[in-house]
Ligand binder design. Structure first.
Ligand code: TMP
Ligand code: MG
Ligand code: ZN
Length: 186
């Protein structure tokens, strides 16, 4: 049984989780089983579900660490979905590779770039080592053009380069922006 890794990446509000949910539903409609995982840090909309910005949701298993994936994957279930991969530690990549080597099809979704426009290093590695990549774009909240970046706002102003990398949030703190409109304050 040959496994695989597929990644859905892009900025916030680009429809990554929505695309993942569509894949999960299509697989289930084909009468195949899929296990869905997300990191415990993402309590934004729901403690236990994978939820898109437009409110679509699927139940998921919450993982405290990337190691939990190895134990949690059921040998008999071909498909594995993981949302918000950027929140995991870098061991998530090796653990996903191991799951794919055991013959599972892994579909992961997450941010490729942080609020500064810099790659999340383990997501970069995952993209390079995956079999298939879909990069989604949002709509720039400033100019309406296609957006590949995520703007973080603090009290309505662009976040600073020295701000923490991880700040869980949604529309109150983030918007998608194009290269021209994306700002990192110094
Ligand atoms: P989303 O891609 O499903 O919209 O969610 C991205 C999550 O990542 C959201 O909780 C905000 C968080 N985030 C960070 O922690 N740091 C960042 O640099 C960016 C852009 C988002
Ligand atoms: Mg999402
Ligand atoms: Zn713009």
């Amino acid at each position: 049984r040959q496994g695989s890794i597929e990644v859905i990446c892009g900025s916030m509000f680009a429809g990554k989780t929505e695309a993942l949910i569509q894949r999960i539903r299509a697989i289930r409609e084909a009468n195949e089983d899929i296990q869905v995982f997300k990191p415990s840090i993402d309590h934004r909309y729901s403690q236990t579900r994978v939820v898109s910005h437009n409110g679509d949701a699927e139940d998921s298993h919450v993982m405290m660490s990337s190691e939990a994936l190895l134990e949690a994957v059921n040998e008999d279930i071909l498909w594995v979905a993981v949302d918000e991969v950027q929140f995991f530690d870098e061991a998530i990549v090796d653990n996903m590779l191991r799951v794919a080597d055991r013959g599972h099809h892994v579909i992961a979704a997450g941010l490729d770039l942080d609020f500064k426009g810099e790659p999340f290093p383990h997501v970069s590695r995952l993209l390079s080592m995956s079999d298939r990549v879909t990069k989604l774009q949002g709509v720039c909240a400033q100019c309406g053009k296609k957006a590949s970046r995520t703007q973080r706002l603090v009290d309505g102003k662009p976040a600073r380069a020295t701000d923490p990398l991880i700040v869980v949030g949604g529309e109150e703190a983030y918007e998608s922006r194009c290269r021209v409109c994306h700002i990192v304050a110094t």
